[in-house]
Design a protein around this ligand. Structure first.
Ligand code: SAM
Length: 293
């Protein structure tokens, strides 16, 4: 069984990148007249407490979302949208709740739109169902305890022929690195015009290094536009822990690869990414990249 629980990581620098991009994409896609179908293949628990035991143990939001909001600077519009969106889940000047992708997306949907959430972990899937039940939106949102990589197939193409797919695995199983491009290749065959958003970690592993390259090759082969945005907050070099042991430094960087991105996304991120670097940097290796084709 999986050991990854997103509650330990909610609001970290990878979530800042992922959720800023996700929100910008869904905000753009909802503008059209026809219904949008959104599929979150690895949904997590939906909502996370920043003052709960999990978050306190790792305190990753302190180096992510909390650091960002405490920066006194005027934010780029997509970053401000993201901060405002998280603020809408909190009150009284406290940052106690952090929304995961299901709630970020659901908050943007119109009545005609649909959201399907896949989550395999038994506890997170139960928590997700309970969190979603509070929304009283069961005609719009469905939670499925299924393998998101496989289940997506059943739903493409969607009846309205407009879809957004978020693929955000934990990559704790090495095989995930291969399953992502396999899923995207299959999805593009079934539905070439969907918008596909993939989060990936940037770590010193060959499979991780190859993943964005494979996605780019797939996009080009299918004559699809693409965008790749990365955020590095620190060096990936091994560091000496408090007890003198050499340890991995924790996640140093991550990326978002989008097939068929909104045409506005590149310009929006060009403004936002330097601000993420400026506010979240942990050492002189902090940087961003933004490529599109
Ligand atoms: N997308 C969420 C967000 O942004 O708030 C975070 C998701 S977390 C990184 C990945 C989740 O995928 C974990 O909750 C894990 O239990 C779940 N998971 C792992 N393998 C899965 C699979 N094959 N199908 C569906 N869920 C899976």
């Amino acid at each position: 069984m999986f050991s990854y629980r997103h509650a330990f990581h909610a609001g970290n620098h990878a979530d800042v990148l992922k959720h800023t991009v996700l929100l910008a994409v869904v905000k753009h896609l909802k503008l059209k007249d026809t219904a949008l179908h959104v599929f979150d293949t690895h949904a997590g628990a939906g909502l996370y407490r920043l003052d709960g035991d999990y978050a306190k143990t790792s305190a990753e939001a302190a180096d992510g979302f909390i650091k960002l909001v405490n920066a006194s600077m005027p934010f780029a519009p997509v970053l401000q949208d993201y901060v405002d969106m998280v603020a809408s889940f909190n009150s009284g000047g406290q940052w106690s709740v952090y929304p995961g992708s299901p709630f970020i997306v659901q908050g943007q949907l119109q009545d005609r739109d649909k959201l399907k959430l896949f989550e395999l972990h038994p506890t997170d899937s139960k928590t997700l169902s309970a969190n979603i039940a509070q929304l009283d939106a069961d005609r719009q949102v469905t939670v499925l305890r299924e393998d998101g990589f496989e289940a997506l197939k059943k739903f493409l193409p969607p009846p309205s022929r407009r879809a957004l797919v978020l693929c955000d695995p934990s990559y704790e199983i090495k095989h995930d690195y291969a399953r992502v491009p396999t899923m995207i290749a299959d999805a593009l065959k079934r539905f070439a015009t969907g918008t596909y958003v993939v989060w990936y970690p940037i770590i010193p592993r060959p499979e991780a290094h190859d993943l964005p390259k494979k996605l780019k090759t797939l996009a080009i082969k299918n004559s699809r536009s693409w965008l790749n945005a990365t955020l590095t907050v620190k060096s990936s070099k091994l560091v000496q822990g408090a007890d003198g042991e050499v340890v991995r430094p924790g996640l140093p960087a991550s990326g978002m690869f989008i097939v068929n991105p909104p045409h506005t996304l590149k310009a929006a991120l060009k403004e936002a990414l330097p601000q993420m670097v400026a506010t979240l940097k942990q050492d002189s290796h902090a940087a961003f990249t933004l490529d599109a084709g």
